[in-house]
Design a protein around this ligand. Structure first.
Ligand SMILES: [Zn+2]
Length: 528
């Protein structure tokens, strides 16, 4: 393939293309490696990834050296002078002791000096599971906690033999320090975003579909700050783009519940703002909403989420947004959740004039066979999360019972019914930094082709690649622009260290990303 500017200008044999190379052309010999369209991860929470750059998840660590190693790693990624926080130190050990009814072990011996040794140039404040905090010297200096600082009422600044604070802050002393932390601001988020973008480039990802929000709308509608938990402020993407730092394309889902305000702000579906594109609107239905109770909890059949107002409102929002040309993108788990969502989708399609629609179901856990058929008939896009299945697999059979479990994560059945699948990461997660979900496109492809649970629902390698490239491009109405290697398309590409098509899951997962290319520009080279 030949690339000029940001597009693919020829596809053919070496003989066909070699005459196109000039003196300044960079020639990449694949030599047995594989070039694919750049991966598109159709479900991310970029703002969380940016924010969590500064928050180190430490609750699983059982020894001080491991904690200090993690802090050192984070400090290398974060510009000097910015705060690093994290927690909860000693949590895993304390919970294990609680379970056995044993006394909790003593806290790890981490103090100011040990933190200074690994990260002297960042102010650091870590929380312990017992509620105390540990700060390094720079953090203590910022808070003006020196030998003269008095203990606050209800707290204690631990001191060494010379009266110097050790960094361990008990009770109110630690809480006051935590309150002193500067709030996140755009500059800080941009610094965190730089590190998140680096992670995306290394993973071979050239596009994401991200859960986002318009802060100017949200500020007027307080309620929606909860609805929009884990949404990236659109301002962050815009700022990165303004600075020429946005090394990916973003399909930004704004919030369905405020679709009228989104329209009033001038956002139009299927329009681009440079590398930022609009068209999908995100909503949630449930927590695990089933028609009949769970097999292991006879009084419980899940519930609507706290973000959900009522069925009538949701149906009206979907129909209204559809009429305005937007596509609903809805978190759906449970057979009842699917049934209701499909009712609303069908009602919107009946009520509004025909158009090219790209309606979507996110997660699609636990649909019934009937709902799978309906999803297929409607030609919906379904975003499935292989890493979630790894977790759910342990209990799904017990929770649903054998009958309902048969269609619980039915990827192949969905595909065969007529759905288009996206394989997505949900990176880095929407809850908190303690259990961050990796981007890992190659690991997700590996999980999709070799399912440990109901392997008959696995995808082929080709199908899994399509679910990371052309299918998400279709979902954002860009199948003519990217998602495959073809004449005239954007040169968003990834070069893998080997051809994964004939490989098994284990080898796919350990394949490396050698190069990532966005619009004809190399944005990542392995080892440099
Ligand atoms: Zn999510």
């Amino acid at each position: 393939m030949a690339v000029r500017g940001e597009r693919i200008v020829a596809v053919g044999t070496d003989e066909d293309l070699r005459p196109l190379a000039g003196p300044r052309t960079e020639v990449v010999e694949l030599a047995g490696r594989l070039a694919l369209p750049g991966f598109i991860d159709a479900h991310t929470h970029f703002g969380n990834a940016a924010a969590w750059t500064f928050r180190v998840g430490l609750y699983e660590e059982r020894d001080a050296d491991a904690v200090l190693e993690k802090i050192a790693t984070s400090a290398r990624r974060v510009p000097k002078g910015l705060w690093l926080t994290g927690g909860d130190l000693d949590a895993a050990a304390a919970w294990a002791a609680d379970e056995k009814g044993a006394p909790r072990p003593a806290p790890m011996p981490i103090d100011r000096r040990r933190l200074d040794a690994v990260a002297p140039d960042h102010p650091i404040l870590l929380r312990r599971v017992d509620g105390a905090y540990v700060a390094n010297s720079l953090a203590l200096a910022r808070a003006r906690l020196d030998r003269r600082a008095p203990d606050p009422r209800g707290g204690e600044i631990r001191r060494d033999a010379d009266g110097m604070p050790t960094g361990i802050l008990l009770g109110r002393a630690g809480e006051r320090m935590a309150e002193l932390m500067p709030p996140a601001n755009l500059e800080l988020m941009v610094a965190g975003a730089e590190s998140a973008l680096e992670e995306l480039r290394r993973a071979g990802i050239t596009g994401i579909h991200d859960v986002a929000r318009l802060d100017e709308v949200s500020r007027r509608q307080l309620f929606h700050t909860d609805v929009e938990r884990s949404a990236t402020d659109l301002a962050l993407f815009r700022e990165l783009q303004r600075r020429g730092r946005l090394t990916m394309r973003v399909y930004a889902f704004l919030t369905l519940a405020v679709w009228r305000e989104v329209v009033a702000c001038g956002v139009r579906p299927r329009t681009d703002e440079g590398r930022i594109r609009f068209g999908g609107l995100k909503a949630f239905i449930d927590g695990f909403l089933m028609d009949a109770p769970y097999a292991n909890e006879p009084d419980y059949a899940g519930s609507f989420t706290f973000r959900f107002v009522d069925e009538e409102t949701m149906a009206a929002d979907i129909a209204g947004a559809d009429a305005a040309g937007f596509d609903p993108v809805v978190h759906t788990i449970g057979d009842k959740a699917h049934r209701l969502l499909l009712d609303w989708y069908e009602a919107a399609i009946r009520a509004n004039p025909p158009r090219d629609r790209r309606f979507r179901v996110i997660h699609a856990w636990y649909p019934s066979a009937r709902e799978i058929e309906r999803i297929g008939k409607l030609g919906l896009i379904v975003d499935v999360t292989p890493q979630h299945l790894v977790n759910d697999m342990r209990t799904v059979e017990r929770r649903l019972g054998p009958e309902r479990a048969k269609t619980a994560h039915a990827w192949r059945s969905l595909r065969e019914a007529g759905a288009r699948l996206d394989l997505v990461s949900d990176w880095p997660g929407s809850f908190n930094e303690q259990r961050a979900t990796p981007l890992a496109p190659l690991q997700n492809i590996a999980l999709a082709v070799e399912r440990a649970w109901h392997p008959e629902e696995a995808l082929t390698v080709e199908e899994a690649i399509a679910a990371y490239t052309i299918n998400p491009a279709y979902a954002s109405y860009e199948e003519d622009q990217r998602g495959s290697i073809a004449l005239g398309k954007l040169a968003d590409l990834v070069v893998l260290s080997r051809d994964i098509l004939p490989l098994g899951a284990r080898d796919i997962a350990s394949t490396e990303v050698d190069m990532t290319i966005l619009g004809g520009r190399v944005i990542h080279r392995r080892g440099s």
